[in-house]
Design a protein around this ligand. Structure first.
Ligand SMILES: NC(=O)c1ccc[n+]([C@@H]2O[C@H](COP(=O)([O-])OP(=O)(O)OC[C@H]3O[C@@H](n4cnc5c(N)ncnc54)[C@H](OP(=O)(O)O)[C@@H]3O)[C@@H](O)[C@H]2O)c1
Length: 314
């Protein structure tokens, strides 16, 4: 495994981080009874050197994280979890943040979280998050229950990163989680320059999702892009849109190419991968440790997707 500093937090993090949410939720989304399988996946990741584990109040995977890490020295792990936003009309939104953290700590069997995020902040939540929830987050940090404050963007509705751009300008957070992939590299221009200037820690979500793991979905998505005039007709082979990545580089699968694309983006610290499959887990860690894709392949990707900022890859 390779490790890096999570920006100015200075925390030493593995460049590959296990995402315990996403479409797979460690396999528990389709089979909520598969807790033992999920525990084994987390242990497999830790054995491969992954020290960064990302979960959330609403994933239902905090308890399996707790089970998997029991017995691992706490300072060898970096735990990241998230508070689901309470409604603006909640009688005690501030108290709800503290209550959520207590519940997360209990489920994970620990007395502090390394990075505690506000989960999926959308443009409509910005004022509420800044004025009501952030003071509660800062109190938890002062109390030593969280080491650093993070935010995850609501990428599906905010694929152009408005919330991150606004908050980074004000330097609101220690760590941000951003949607970034070869299909939507817009954060390169609008988010990474700000995080690099401020020293903010960066976690990368949406590296693969559906479009880059399911060939039929990719074909369908590219056909829509051509039909809508977002990409030129001749830019891609309609039957095998990203086939050139496997022909012209040493990547053996599209998910591998997609994770490598993200891993080597300057300013990116941890590439999160989500899976319920132990073979995929092994492949993904290996992919994230491989060298960058060759410049010609990167240039071709840039010419096709470089100007797009609306895709999520779902
Ligand atoms: N707003 C937020 O806070 C937010 C939103 C999204 C994600 N996240 C975090 O980011 C993490 C990463 O996102 P993600 O889970 O969507 O991860 P991802 O790595 O972008 O995509 C995961 C999807 O790709 C598939 N996949 C993974 N590796 C594969 C491989 N080698 N071959 C084929 N298919 C593969 C998985 O299915 P299999 O199970 O079959 O492998 C799963 O459906 C999440 O787990 C979560 O912790 C946060």
């Amino acid at each position: 495994m390779e490790y890096t500093a999570l920006g100015r937090t200075g925390i030493k993090v593995s460049v590959a981080g296990l995402g315990c949410g996403g479409p797979s939720r460690l396999g528990m989304r389709n089979d909520p009874q598969s807790a033992n399988h999920a525990v084994a996946l987390i242990k497999q990741a830790i054995d491969l050197g992954v020290n960064f584990l990302d979960t959330a109040q609403n994933y239902g995977t905090e308890a399996v994280v707790g089970k998997a890490i029991a017995g691992v020295p706490r300072d060898r792990l970096v735990l990241s979890t998230k508070k689901t936003l309470p409604g603006e009309d909640h009688a005690d939104a501030e108290g709800e943040v503290a209550k959520g953290l207590e519940q997360s700590l209990k489920l994970m069997g620990t007395d502090y979280v390394d990075v505690y995020h506000l989960h999926g902040v959308e443009p409509k939540d910005e004022e509420f998050a800044r004025n009501r929830l952030m003071p509660a987050m800062r109190r938890l940090k002062e109390q030593g229950k969280i080491r650093f404050i993070g935010v995850t963007e609501g990428f599906v509705v905010d694929s152009r990163h408005k919330v991150l751009q606004d908050g980074l300008t004000e330097d609101l957070w220690d760590v941000v989680m951003v949607g970034f992939s070869l299909l939507n590299p817009s954060a390169r221009k609008t988010v990474f320059p700000l995080t690099q200037a401020k020293g903010t820690g960066v976690l990368n979500m949406f590296a693969v999702r559906r479009a880059l793991s399911q060939p039929e979905r990719l074909k369908e998505m590219c056909a829509e892009l051509v039909a809508n005039g977002k990409i030129g007709k001749g830019a891609l082979d309609a039957e095998d849109p990203l086939g050139f990545l496997l022909k012209d580089t040493d990547a053996t699968t599209i998910p591998e190419a997609a994770y490598r694309f993200c891993r080597h983006e300057p300013g990116n610290h941890v590439v999160l991968f989500g899976t319920g499959n132990p073979d995929h887990l092994k492949e993904n860690v290996a992919a994230i440790l491989k060298p960058p894709l060759p410049p010609a392949a990167l240039a071709r990707l840039e010419s096709i997707f470089g100007k797009l900022d609306h895709l999520t890859g779902n």
